[in-house]
Write a protein that binds this ligand. Structure first.
Ligand code: BG6
Length: 369
């Protein structure tokens, strides 16, 4: 079933382009986003005043990326909560709240219980799920399936990018219904989304070998840090989670702006730090801030591996290694920047001789609370 790949994870990373293309299919019509599963729900989308996203693990990071898009495009405030935290406080939710759950398996008990709790409190519920007919979509008012195909490796990869694609479709669908974006502006984002599979394929084709080599050099590394800003922040968290899950290496992701408020104390000579660099075309300010972050940590001896767009020359004198991603709109970048991080985690686990598909202590779907 691995189709010649050494592991399910390597097969599934190679399927990231397809997972996104299949998730977009049938939901885009002439530059407009129309999700057939959401037909008849315009009233719901017009009536809500906030969205709460609930999920666990990688799915929660997809939710954090989705927050930026939903707020920017559909102008609805979004909170992202870990399902197990959400349920054990006294959240302010009601009929004007749409609770969006995200789950690859659709069976994660923490997420399921949070969905049930939200319904009891009168909230409306929508599930983003990769498994047809699973419990969470059945317990929800509406469902938007991701079409990533079955994911076998415990660490989620193609489901993660498909979840972001589904959240973006949802954001554009709601933006149309609520009239917060012009048809032209929606069509521009749709074009960008449709170009993602080819761009991911390019990263897989051009960067895989180098990333594997880098991972081999780093096989003895004891700790890796990940920094990002804006949508790069949840991608930094995802990069760190993957490394913990399958490489058993201490890893942490930080918002780059938070560095000087504490984490910079961790930087000592030789400390590897991945930095996700936003495009200078979208925001010269954000870009220059991240470049100065690189300079600050380099001055303290960090070994910097930058993930930056093709042609961004500002990172060359500052970073030790630069992994390239194709040019894309700002909200599209996380779908590209995460690919080298998935490859890196896999490369490092492989270099350490670990089972990348079945990491110790973890299960693909946690059906107990
Ligand atoms: C964890 C898995 O137990 O559950 C993670 O190890 C996953 O990879 C998380 O992200 C959430 O799972 P699901 O099925 O709800 O997306």
């Amino acid at each position: 079933e691995k189709g010649g790949w050494p592991s399910f994870m390597s097969k599934e990373v190679s399927e990231e382009p397809e997972a996104i293309a299949n998730t977009l299919r049938g939901r885009i019509n002439n530059g407009a986003v129309e999700i057939p599963e959401l037909d008849g729900l315009d009233g719901l989308f017009e009536g809500i005043s906030r969205i709460v996203v609930i999920a666990c693990g990688t799915a929660a990071y997809a939710g954090q990326v989705g927050k930026y898009a939903i707020e920017q495009w559909a102008r609805i405030p979004v909170d992202v909560e870990l399902a197990h935290e959400f349920r054990y406080r006294d959240p302010v939710i009601g009929p004007d709240t749409l609770v969006v759950s995200i789950s690859q398996s659709g069976e994660t008990m923490d997420t399921l219980m949070a969905v049930k709790f939200a319904r009891e409190r009168g909230a409306r519920t929508l599930s983003i799920c990769n498994t047809q007919g699973a419990t969470i979509p059945r317990e929800s008012d509406a469902v938007v399936y991701t079409h990533a195909g079955p994911e076998v490796a415990v660490a989620s990869t193609k489901a993660f990018v498909a979840q972001i694609a589904a959240l973006y479709l949802l954001a554009l669908h709601v933006a149309r219904v609520r009239g917060t974006m012009s048809a032209e502006a929606i069509a521009e984002q749709v074009d960008e989304l449709e170009a993602v599979p080819t761009k991911i394929q390019r990263i897989l084709d051009t960067e895989s070998a180098r990333i594997t080599e880098l991972a081999h050099w780093m096989a003895d590394t004891r700790s890796v840090l990940f920094l990002g800003r804006h949508v790069g922040f949840p991608i930094a968290l995802e990069g760190a989670l993957k490394l913990k899950e399958i490489s058993y290496i201490h890893a942490e992701g930080f918002a780059a702006g938070e560095l000087k408020h504490g984490p910079i104390a961790l930087i000592e000579p030789g400390q590897p730090v991945f930095v996700i660099v936003p495009s200078p075309r979208a925001s010269a300010l954000l870009h220059s801030k991240v470049v100065s972050t690189i300079e600050e940590i380099r001055a303290r001896g960090a070994r910097v591996i930058a993930i930056a767009e093709e042609g961004d020359a500002a990172v060359l004198p500052t970073a030790d290694e630069v992994l390239r991603i194709p040019l894309a709109a700002p909200l599209i970048e996380p779908l590209l920047a995460v690919v080298p991080l998935h490859l890196f985690a896999m490369g490092l686990a492989t270099a350490k001789g670990l089972d990348v598909d079945q990491p110790r202590n973890l299960a693909k779907s946690v059906t107990v609370e």
